[in-house]
Design a protein around this ligand. Structure first.
Ligand code: 3PG
Length: 308
């Protein structure tokens, strides 16, 4: 059995070693395809793979067609919008993710970027503090919950909106449940996005919501660029010179925003929220374990596509 790790953005070496150990202990072979620059490399490598571990790598119909022996894909991470679930189901391939494994890393980056924003991108001028300000968490999943935990250490007042999460989970975490999107944006100086990219959320955060934010508001996006309506964001930044937008995912109009709104926008060069040794080890080894459990023991955990 061959397990292929295909990561255009590689895991830390220590995580790869951990994955190798898990896979080889089970008697399987590990193949590594890192930093590939052309899809043809993935198509060739996947041809005889029984299992596939990816990160944000695209797994579409073409990849699934090429992967004639593939039984399982594990997305080492949370969001699986990079995988065509319907095609995977049609190809009889199980798709799993590894929820929670990289969420602390992403949550820590939220604060790395938030502090940077309120300290004026570290330009040396006088900024503001986080203590006693308000933070709204847009979606209270694993990352959102870690954000809440860290926020409390900063002395932030935390609220969250998530129609899929019971209020009690928020209350237990000392977080105020909010039930209206408008309220979330209107009442919080900082809003941190943690919604997945789905048909429901795509382009759902735009001008109307962003301009509800109070004076000096900062919108932090470590989720997906697709959830933002980029034209709406640009217009909001134009009409509201007090607002800032910091993101771990470069928007398509990044160059224009950086030129026009220098000092008020920031984008990491490449999505790096989950790019820590710890997150790579957690998510990578969890993925390897899930594959071994599935192939060897028939245990299916965290499946995200519907079996036929
Ligand atoms: C996730 O969905 O798990 C995060 O966005 C991290 O993605 P990455 O593995 O591509 O860094």
């Amino acid at each position: 059995m061959k397990v292929l790790v295909a990561t255009e953005k590689p895991f830390a070496a220590v995580a790869v070693e951990g994955i190798r150990q898990e896979v080889e202990q089970a008697g399987y072979t590990l193949e590594l395809l890192e930093k590939y620059t052309d899809k043809s490399q993935l198509l060739a490598a996947v041809a005889d793979a029984d299992a596939l571990i990816v990160r944000s790598d695209k797994v579409d119909k073409e990849v699934l067609d090429a992967a004639r022996q593939l039984k399982i894909v594990v997305r080492a991470g949370a969001g699986y919008d990079n995988i065509d679930l319907a095609e995977a189901t049609a190809h009889n391939v199980v798709v799993q993710n590894t929820p929670g494994q990289n969420s602390n890393a992403v949550a820590e980056l939220v604060f790395g970027m938030t502090v940077m924003a309120v300290r004026n991108m570290y330009d040396g001028t006088s900024g503001t503090e986080l203590k006693d300000k308000t933070l709204g968490i847009h979606a209270f999943g694993q990352v959102g919950r870690n954000v809440a935990r860290i926020a409390q250490g900063f002395g932030l007042k935390v609220s969250a909106l998530d129609p899929y999460c019971p209020d009690q989970v928020m209350i237990d975490a000392d977080v105020k449940p909010i039930h209206s999107l408008q309220e979330l944006y209107k009442d919080n100086k900082f809003v941190s996005l943690h919604i997945p990219a789905t048909d429901e959320t795509r382009h759902s955060v735009g001008y109307d919501l962003i301009t509800l934010m109070p004076k000096g508001g900062v919108l932090i996006n470590t989720a997906r660029k697709e959830v933002i309506d980029e034209d709406g964001l640009a217009k909001a930044l134009a009409d509201r010179p007090d607002l800032k937008y910091v993101a771990d995912i470069r928007p398509d109009n990044a160059d224009m925003l950086l030129e026009k709104y220098a000092g008020r926008v920031f984008f990491t060069p490449k999505k790096m929220g989950a790019q820590t040794a710890e997150a790579n080890i957690n998510a990578g080894i969890a993925a390897a374990n899930q594959i071994v459990a599935f192939l060897r023991d028939g245990v299916n955990r965290y499946q995200v596509n519907r079996p036929k």
